[in-house]
Design a protein. Sequence first.
Length: 301
Amino acid sequence: MKFKLSFLRAVLVGDRHADRVVPPSGFTAQLTLFAAAAMAFLAVFALALSLAAGRLAQRWGDELARSATIRIVAPLDQRAAQTEAALRILETTKGVATARALTDAEQQALLAPWFGPELALDTLPVPRLIEVIENSEGLDATGLRLRLSAEVPGAILDDHARWRAPLIKAATRLRTFGWLSILLIGAAVASMITLAAHAALAANAQVIAVLRLVGATDDYIAQAFIRRFTLRALLGAAAGTILGMIAVLLMPSAAEEAGFLTGLGLQGWHWLLPMLIPFLAGAVAFIATGAAARRTLKELA
């Protein structure tokens, strides 16, 4: 069965006589509608996960690449002096946009999730932290480490490179897994629709034999099945997509203090992407049903 524009137009427009070949109800109808709706619902979440992981990877790459931290590990009576010395070095270091020492309140807030809000910093050997923000030129971490080791022996530079790369790699892989999940969902839809179409064709074997006797071509017969299953997949996927978008909309909004799990929703123009899912499901159903019809009609010949 060669693909023709006239054939595609006939499938989309339909033929009320040809549509009678396919039973309007039965388990194949419910199976196709349910499978398309369920898979579209899952596809919306897979898409949201993939896009959120992409945003996370970009944010980590942009923010962490421009920041560094210096820890002043020194006796309490020397900590303030070494902190001032490190700040003076940073003032003359190329590539440093800003540098400031965190206050006791800020460091206490960083440790509060583990030690509680009532933690007294003077009871623990907590190093003083210096936040360093790089400019567009970038920071020479090796050269800065040499200067700090010579002039501030208690200073330890952490440019976040050691743990930034694994985080970005994990977020990138999570995004890849999201897109892979969408492909697997599409393959599952194609498989289930193929089985449903094959069952419908086999159940109507006697009807197909009679149609052939009265002069109906295989293209005419296949057209009826392709149209019916394509519309079923399209309607089912549309319902599943709407439910999925509502579920994503009801998820908690992104918040800096809550992290990644509250940022799984869609943002901006990304809300338009799930609207493509029903059309993709219809295209998958069109191709899968066409292949199943072509193969089954040959078997019934």
